[in-house]
Design a protein around this ligand. Structure first.
Ligand code: ADP
Length: 197
């Protein structure tokens, strides 16, 4: 299965992505994790993106696309993968289309975690205290949410038009959300299923 998980910062994408990946035996590929690992290891890429992540902005499409293109050629991604945090812009959607076309592959499903913004900001502030992520200050969280609304939220409509979008209510416990996610993955995407969300 080749899939994308979409949702605003703090929607719980990473948590659900890990669970899905275990369940389906596919790699969860998180561009945010890749960038953070590079920052931690002080690689050239890490130095290049450090300030961008700290401010809540987006790394350029050029840099991000190159990283994903490279990651998708690894053998563990040949039969399927779950992308978490990519694509995030229309340009990245187009780049991913090309990567998949080159491989003669296609996306099966795009899962969107739908959450309430105020709840999500609370989650992020709590995570900031636990994990000390540099981009979890209130100001940067606000910037990330705005960026998401402008650049990434419109991606849901693109995938809906392709009949690939499944929306899942992301509010509730990890277990509750995970049960909904499993159900959504087991149901074939239907065109025009706009649900109540
Ligand atoms: P969240 O979804 O909570 O914002 P992520 O771990 O997905 O966190 O991403 C953290 C940061 O990494 C983003 O705020 C952005 O700066 C950068 N980033 C991750 N993925 C992308 C992407 N596809 N395009 C551009 N920047 C990205």
């Amino acid at each position: 299965m080749r899939m994308i998980i979409l949702g605003p910062p703090g929607a719980g994408k990473g948590t659900q992505a890990t669970l899905i990946a275990e369940n389906r035996a596919i790699p969860a590929i998180s561009t945010g994790d890749i960038f953070r690992a590079n920052i931690k290891n002080e690689t050239e890429l890490g130095l290049q993106v450090k300030e961008i992540l700290a401010s809540g902005g987006y790394v350029t499409d050029e840099v991000t696309n190159a990283i994903v293109r490279d990651r998708l050629t690894k053998s563990d991604a040949a039969a399927g993968f779950l992308l978490d945090g990519y694509p995030r812009t229309v340009g990245q959607v187009e780049a991913l289309d090309e990567m998949l076309a080159d491989q003669g592959a296609a996306l099966d499903l795009v899962l969107e975690l739908v959450v309430q913004t105020d709840e999500v900001v609370g989650r992020l502030l709590a995570r900031a205290q636990e994990q000390g992520r540099a981009d979890d200050t209130e100001e940067v969280i606000r910037a990330r949410m705005e960026k998401y609304a402008e650049e990434t939220a419109p991606l849901a409509a693109i995938y809906r038009d392709r009949g690939l979008l499944r929306q899942v209510d992301g509010m509730g416990s990890v277990k509750e959300v995970s049960a909904r996610v499993q159900e959504a993955l087991d149901t074939r995407p239907t065109n025009g299923n706009h649900s109540a969300l």
